[in-house]
Design a protein around this ligand. Structure first.
Ligand code: UTP
Length: 410
């Protein structure tokens, strides 16, 4: 363990000595706890505040990428479904639920999956996802191994909730939990925030580290022993999410491409969604704020938007490729968020508006590490009901409407 002087040197090199401000007033356990945190925290992420070093400013040349469209899929549906169902039956497909986020926009103080989206009856977000996955289990006659990523902040509550609810009918022997890494968060001037006098404010470090966290948790061996070849990664907060969708799995396998991403046609050129495209000839996702006006409005020969296919955080990756790219450094994104912190008087403040930055790696950056990616278009109204906010766009309200429109009792 490092001592106070070593900790001071580490922090003063990066202008963060204030972390030790209350050190002399702490009891011995708190002192040890704080020194431990200083020793294990990866402060190098703070370098990303320097815009010149930040990978967000280093993008290549973008080009549109086509998709297998809803129409194409309709004519091949039974073939794709057969290929996908066979792969699931043969144990070649696993699913990873990304549930380590803090869901600050929703303003719900438990894990987002524990949110009850039901109105007349209880229907939790986790339950919606399990119900959707059960459709596939029934069709294939086989369980899909499900790996759930949580964070230090929400792991216990999530695990306890699944137990309490009997895994919503899923076979628990096919469910594993693993915990993602944390990163320090800073205020708007780049100073590391404190949660208390002895606790650095740490936040989950984004969804991009899911595979390395899964490997660190020792789960890759199990995945390989089972013979899993494909992993479907998806977000917790889309209640219409189709998981291990046999049509999607089948289409990706049939295409011979290295990966796949579910996409929806953009509702308008200005919709705030990342678009699957090519960057320097490789698959990539361009964020809406990175697109120029010309890119947003560009049309192809058929008069359709050229950058048309928005991603919905549902990807299929091959285990072989994931292993190959696992050690590569992922770009770190600096994201503005509401971060609880201790003020100068020692009070814990829960801010109403964004007050600082978190550092996140993103699963979408894994797409750019693939040699190829199949964009697979799905019907937005049937598969995309994101719950990001309490009201308004992508909210509890809009997701409830979409659940009802799909005949789900809420
Ligand atoms: P979001 O980008 O919506 O982030 O996550 P969030 O933290 O959940 O919500 P806000 O922005 O604070 O409101 C997209 C998906 O990635 C997961 C989330 O749980 C969600 O499924 N995620 C996000 C992680 O698993 N870990 C993270 O560190 C961040």
């Amino acid at each position: 363990m490092i001592d106070r002087d070593k900790a001071f040197r580490i922090l003063s090199d990066i202008g963060q000595e204030h972390i030790l401000k209350y050190y002399d007033e702490l009891d011995n356990d708190e002192k040890k706890d704080l020194l431990d945190q200083i020793e294990i925290t990866d402060f190098s992420v703070l370098e990303n505040l320097d815009s010149e070093k930040n990978s967000d400013s280093l993008r290549g040349t973008f080009e549109p990428l086509g998709a297998v469209t809803i129409k194409d899929i309709a004519s091949e549906s039974s073939r794709y479904t057969k290929i996908g169902t066979d792969a699931i039956k043969n144990g070649k497909v696993a699913a990873v639920l990304l549930a380590g986020g803090q869901g600050t926009r929703l303003g719900f103080d438990k894990p987002k999956g524990m949110f009850n989206i039901g109105v007349d009856e209880e229907l939790y977000i986790f339950q919606c996802l399990i119900n959707n996955l059960m459709d596939v289990v029934r069709l294939a006659g086989a369980w899909v191994p499900l790996y759930i990523m949580t964070s230090e902040k929400n792991n216990k509550e999530t695990v306890d909730f699944f137990k309490e609810k009997n895994y919503f009918g899923y076979d628990p022997s096919y469910v594993r939990f693993f915990i993602q890494d944390m990163a320090p968060s800073v205020d708007m001037s780049g100073k590391v925030l404190m949660e208390s006098r002895s606790k650095i404010s740490l936040s989950p470090n984004g969804n991009g580290g899911w595979f390395s966290s899964l490997v660190r948790a020792g789960l890759l061996d199990e995945i390989k022993e089972k013979g899993v070849e494909w992993i479907n990664v998806f977000a917790v907060d889309n209640v219409l999410q189709r998981i291990a969708d046999p049509g999607f799995v089948g289409a990706v396998i049939d295409s011979g491409l290295q990966s796949g991403g579910k996409v929806v046609s953009k509702a308008s050129p200005d919709e705030r969604v990342g678009v699957l495209c090519l960057e320097d000839g490789r698959p990539s996702i361009v964020e809406y704020y990175e697109m120029t006006e010309e890119m947003r409005t560009l049309v192809d020969d058929n008069g359709e938007l050229a950058y048309k296919y928005g991603v919905i955080l549902n990807y299929l990756f091959s285990v072989e490729k994931l292993e190959e790219i696992c050690d590569r450094k992922m770009p770190v994104h600096v994201v503005e968020k509401k971060i609880p912190y201790m003020d100068d008087n020692g009070n814990l403040i829960k801010p109403e508006s964004p007050n600082g930055h978190k550092f996140e790696t993103l699963v979408l950056d894994m797409v750019h590490m693939q040699d190829s990616c199949l964009a697979y278009e799905v019907v937005r109204e049937k598969e995309f009901a994101p719950v990001k906010n309490a009201v308004g766009v992508d909210s509890v309200e809009s997701a409830r409407e979409l659940l009802k429109a799909n005949g789900i009792k809420i």
